[in-house]
Design a binder for this molecule. Structure first.
Ligand SMILES: *Cc1c(COP(=O)(O)O)cnc(C)c1O
Length: 416
């Protein structure tokens, strides 16, 4: 006999509220006050953005990075600095924030979607390689939810086909792959400090320039500052190529300095919470835990399990309702459909009144081009992860999932 579910009047598995806390405190306030006292909020005249970047560079062990106004901007900056332009193809993930795609299209390049691993939810190297054409210029990997992509395989493919690799690390702070930090493995690593990420500056972003070459750094820096090249006392304003203004302000830099000091703790907490959840729900009928990539370390921006509905007597919605009744809020899926199902791709219209660059491309975006990604989104159940969650939260959340899965498990699945 399984336990009586809370949704049917039983006791809740979650007995105490989830741990909570303040992400901003006096540390941020002091930095902000100092920023204001400088009498300038401009990154080049003040010291906060510079300090923020130098702290970030130290954590990441990189020589150069550039601050930006958002994660979306950081990806655009990487693509622009990398010279991605008209008609180039960029291979990326169909399960991501649309911010991954914006820069590709602003460069008038064409997104091409590779299918995913069914359990890590990251790009499948075999599918990446299969999508390469003579127009492919870059692979834009997304380390989804803080789980690293299979970077050895990706880098080998890039080398073989002479492609750039850009890492979207917006969800992946201190994510490790074989002991190396994601964001330092490809040519550029792109981060976001929007208000929902591991650390927040309200909005903001960073791009690492991993070649370590000064000229690459200068080009990247200029691409985030409408081509102004501000180094030391010299400013070059010659307009060589088109570049947007994606500057970070001193206010964001100030908050970022204080936030970076908390980053390691935040990622450790999230890593431990996710690992405990996986431990607590492994081997259940009908439930696939969020699988961490081999030799990887995940900093769980969220936790996403999948249901095997063949082994369960309920629908995904019933599973989520039962979890919610246990005191464990759960969301069915992540984004509703793969990003290629968005109207922009279906209508092949990035710009109002134009079909460029799609009208010059053979890429198509019909349903079914990434069947694994589609299946993931149809069967996923997403749970929030916060650095303030406790071990008890992990144990009780796992207990709730176990209770619901065992209740709805088909007889034959239970005894397997
Ligand atoms: C949040 C996010 C972005 C965009 O970041 P913004 O700062 O919101 O522009 C890009 N890619 C992924 C995977 C994200 O999660």
């Amino acid at each position: 006999m399984s336990e009586l579910l809370a949704v049917h009047g039983g006791e809740k598995a979650k007995t105490v509220p989830y741990g909570d806390g303040q992400r901003f405190g006096l540390e941020e306030a002091r930095e902000l006050l100092e920023a204001l006292e400088q009498g300038t909020l401009f990154y080049h005249f003040g010291s906060k953005v510079k300090q923020f970047l130098s702290d970030f560079n130290e954590i990441y062990g990189v020589k150069y990075s550039v601050a930006t106004s958002s994660g979306t901007a950081s990806i655009h900056v990487a693509l622009g600095a990398a010279g991605i332009s008209v008609g180039d193809e960029v291979i990326t993930s169909p399960i991501t924030d649309q911010g991954t795609l914006v820069g590709i299209l602003y460069q008038n390049a064409v997104p091409v979607f590779a299918d995913l691993d069914p359990h890590t939810y990251n790009m499948d190297p075999a599918s990446v390689e299969a999508r390469i054409t003579s127009k492919t210029k870059a692979i834009l990997v997304v380390h989804l939810a803080g789980n690293p992509c299979d970077m050895d395989a990706i880098m080998a493919i890039a080398k073989k086909h002479n492609l750039l690799v850009i890492e979207d690390c917006a969800q992946a702070y201190l994510t490790k792959y074989k002991g190396r930090l994601c964001g330092t493995i490809g040519d550029y690593g792109c981060f976001s400090t929007n208000d929902f990420k591991h650390i927040s500056t309200g909005d903001g972003g960073m791009v690492t320039v991993n070649s370590g070459k000064e000229e690459d750094f200068y080009r990247t820096h200029a691409f985030a500052d409408k081509n102004y090249q501000r180094f030391g006392d010299t400013v070059h304003k010659d307009l060589q190529v088109l570049a947007p203004n994606y500057r970070m302000t001193e206010l964001q830099g100030a908050v970022g300095i204080a936030q970076l000091k908390k980053l390691q703790w935040i990622c450790e907490q999230r890593n431990r919470y996710g690992s405990l959840l996986t431990e607590g729900i492994s081997g259940l009928p009908g439930v696939y835990p969020h699988r961490v990539t081999a030799d990887g370390e995940c900093s769980y921006w969220f936790y996403m399990l999948r249901l095997n509905l063949d082994e369960l007597t309920c629908t995904r919605e019933q599973f989520c309702e039962a979890l919610a009744a246990e005191g464990v809020p759960a969301q069915a899926g992540y984004i509703a459909r793969p990003v290629y199902m968005q109207p922009l791709f279906q209508k092949r219209q990035a710009y109002l009144n134009s079909h460029f660059p799609f009208d010059e491309s053979e890429q198509t975006y019909e349903q079914g081009i990434c069947p694994v990604a589609e299946e993931i989104l149809e069967t996923a159940v997403r749970l929030a992860v916060k650095e303030f969650y406790t071990e008890q939260d992990a144990r009780e959340t796992a207990a709730a999932i176990r209770k619901v899965a065992l209740h709805y498990a088909k007889q034959e699945a239970k005894t397997q």
